[in-house]
Design a protein around this ligand. Sequence first.
Ligand SMILES: [Zn+2]
Length: 148
Amino acid sequence: MNPLRILFTLLRYLWPGLITLMFLPLAPLARATGGDFAWHTGVLEVWGGVVGKSLKKGIPLFGSVAAITLGHVVAGYSYACIQATRRHERVHVRQFERWGFFFPLVYWLAGTWCFLKGGRWYWDNPFEQEARAAEQRGHASQHLRLIK
Ligand SMILES: [Zn+2]
């Protein structure tokens, strides 16, 4: 790997690093309460246990969620949820890498802007639209693979 690539990879992790660090304890918490965690394609995936139960119960602004991205940590209700939402959540990981520590604020501002314009805070949020578009492309390519 060339030094410039190593530097960019390091920056991708450091820029949202504080948020990743804040949510790292979810991994041992999930494991200690019946869930688990694993490293997958550069992201720490955490599922089940009290983490999963909390996501199912609901979080502010989102309600009940299957999975959520927090820097380079993705927490999900179950491993099935982690798998089903991986393409979508990886877009949010890239968004965290782009906006770093400021992503939650930028995301919130974008949702609020949509809401003030008469749209839906979550569904019309451009960051969610980007993630859903990637999901759709994934489904389309899966269908093509099945057809071939
Ligand atoms: Zn999303």
